[in-house]
Design a protein around this ligand. Sequence first.
Ligand SMILES: Cc1ncc(COP(=O)(O)O)c(C=O)c1O
Length: 383
Amino acid sequence: MSTRIHLSAPHMGEDERRFVAEAFDTNWLSTVGPNVEGFERELAQRLGGSVQALAVSSGTAALHLILRAIGVGQGDRVAVSTLTFAGSVWPIMYLGAEPILIDSETMSWNLDAALVEEYLTSAARSDALPKALIAVHLYGQHADLDPIAAACARHGVVLIEDAAESLGATYRGRETGTTADFSILSFNGNKIITTTGGGAVLAKDATALARMRKWANQSREPAVEYLHREYGFNYRMSNVLAGIGRGQLRVLDDRVRRRRAIFAQYREAFADLSGVVMQPEAAWGSHTRWLTVLSLEPEEVPVTPREVVTELDKENIEARPVWRPMHMQPIFAEATVIGGGTAQRLFETGLCLPSSSSLTESDQARVIDAVRAALAVMPDRSR
Ligand SMILES: Cc1ncc(COP(=O)(O)O)c(C=O)c1O
């Protein structure tokens, strides 16, 4: 059997082992040490220096810290993209708040700014404004944030960026992760760069970041004994994993270039197939193509993304449908949803293809052949 082709595999550069070896050699084998400090500093520098970074154990943990820092609590509302991964929403639940799920637009597949404006205006009238809004930048592409930020500012809603999938992307010349007061990144193993598992809080407010740093470290007060005035979490990133992150940061630009080239190759390979539509790149920024995503227009393509995923799996190739929207998840069946039809259609028609920056040309050719073969299959739907 041929080797499995993954959707998005870790891809190490040359420096990661050196930083990890240094951690071992110097016995910095805990959640403090030069790699943690270095990773936070170098990450902030890579993003242009307008934010400070806190390295944590996951993107989900990062979002939990931010929501707490802005005072989200029991009974508050927090608006969030419905088309996302559940990690964007769990921290709302951890704090006993209520998620309000908002639909996407069809250009970037991210939050629909017009819908956000409409929702906030109506929520203000009924005195039911959310405390915060989480704008997710899916698959490596930025949401159209300026109008969303303006609407949030008008209504006093704190804007948070979920940039877990978009590190390396830009929005109107600005780096993702720097276009709101608070942002999160994920360094999970499937992301464009990884620390095997991990995340970061990015914040412009140094005081808020310092509070989050304390909470992430079990809320230890600066005292010789273990002194706690607030409850805390164990969310710090280890110095070993931060070493991997330092090496990965050095190859981020290469990884973006390679993923964009993979997308271009798929686009060319499927150009003759009607009904196969590559995800657009919005004019407001540059897409990293973390994942190559396309839609199969049901009017023209006889197979669904799920069927293609199953066919590719038989060839030992991992593909996925687009995220199942949160309002279509059993656990959020009772949640308030604003719109939802666009996200539903993107879910029903969208397909994510293997996009690892380490994908070889021959493996990509294997994926292309398998997709073309799967699309040629005419299922007998009468059965
Ligand atoms: C959009 C989005 N938000 C949040 C997360 C959560 O990040 P983590 O897995 O590091 O907790 C992820 C991915 O993993 C994600 O894709």
